[in-house]
Ligand binder design. Sequence first.
Ligand SMILES: C[S@@+](CC[C@H](N)C(=O)[O-])C[C@H]1O[C@@H](n2cnc3c(N)ncnc32)[C@H](O)[C@@H]1O
Length: 285
Amino acid sequence: MRSYRHHFHAGNHADVLKHLVLMLLLEHMGKKDKAFRCIDTHAGAGRYSLAPPGPQAEWMTGIGRLWAAPKLSPDLERFRARILGLNPGGNLRTYPGSPAWAQMLCRTQDDIRLFEWHPTDHRALSGAPALRADPRVRISAADGLAGLKALLPPPSRRALVLIDPPYENATEYRAVLDTLSMALQRFPTGVYALWYPELALAAACKLPAALERLPAPWLRAHLHLRRPGPDGTGLTGSGMFVLNPPWTLAEQLTGLLADLTRLLGEGGQGGWDLRQSPENSSARS
Ligand SMILES: C[S@@+](CC[C@H](N)C(=O)[O-])C[C@H]1O[C@@H](n2cnc3c(N)ncnc32)[C@H](O)[C@@H]1O
């Protein structure tokens, strides 16, 4: 099944968490001169025209809330300023997907590998003038989970991998675990960032604990923001799971998760959680 289209969800609370963590990781990777490879296994369309405000416009309770906030903490302000760069005049019309964040924050020496298998989104991605003109970018219409193997380890021995599946069916939960296990075997020091949903589904509930058993230092940032719908379904929150996280990430995220909960939580309510593996905590002290 390939029915998922990200433009319905672009800029929602899950995108805000995902892209904020992605921004922090890319900024960290850019602190060393040595080149790195950014791999996005589920790239989507690259950037999105936001739907007019209305009940169906998910961005209004995501990036729309940050846009309207009078004052933000420095990391959130930087996040907002980068999006403002795509929206001259200040009216929020365009929202950057993960490929646009990679383009903004990778340097000339870095390279960007994008996978998108949906024909419509692949066409949008590979036809986008900004991506076509960028010599750092290669786009593939192949399966990103399968295609990752051939890109690891990268020549520079530095990589950030974003894995952002739609979780349309239960097999994807197993597939991300298998892919991360494979990736750690081929390239144990890569930084791997996986987005995962908070849903009332057995496979979704079991995933975080299974991820924490992977053999590498990890960090998990989670936001719970909504009550489920009347039938018990719906995306109530989400998380980012990072393998080999920068040691500064936990400290950066502590204040940010509290801010995001306040800004994005339904009725100002919600909760957040930040966990790390013991070896990661000890690496910090
Ligand atoms: C959640 S969206 C990606 C959003 C994007 N990462 C962003 O942050 O802007 C998931 C995308 O992955 C694509 N997709 C799903 N499974 C895939 C696979 N195995 N390989 C490549 N693309 C896939 C879908 O068509 C969809 O566009």
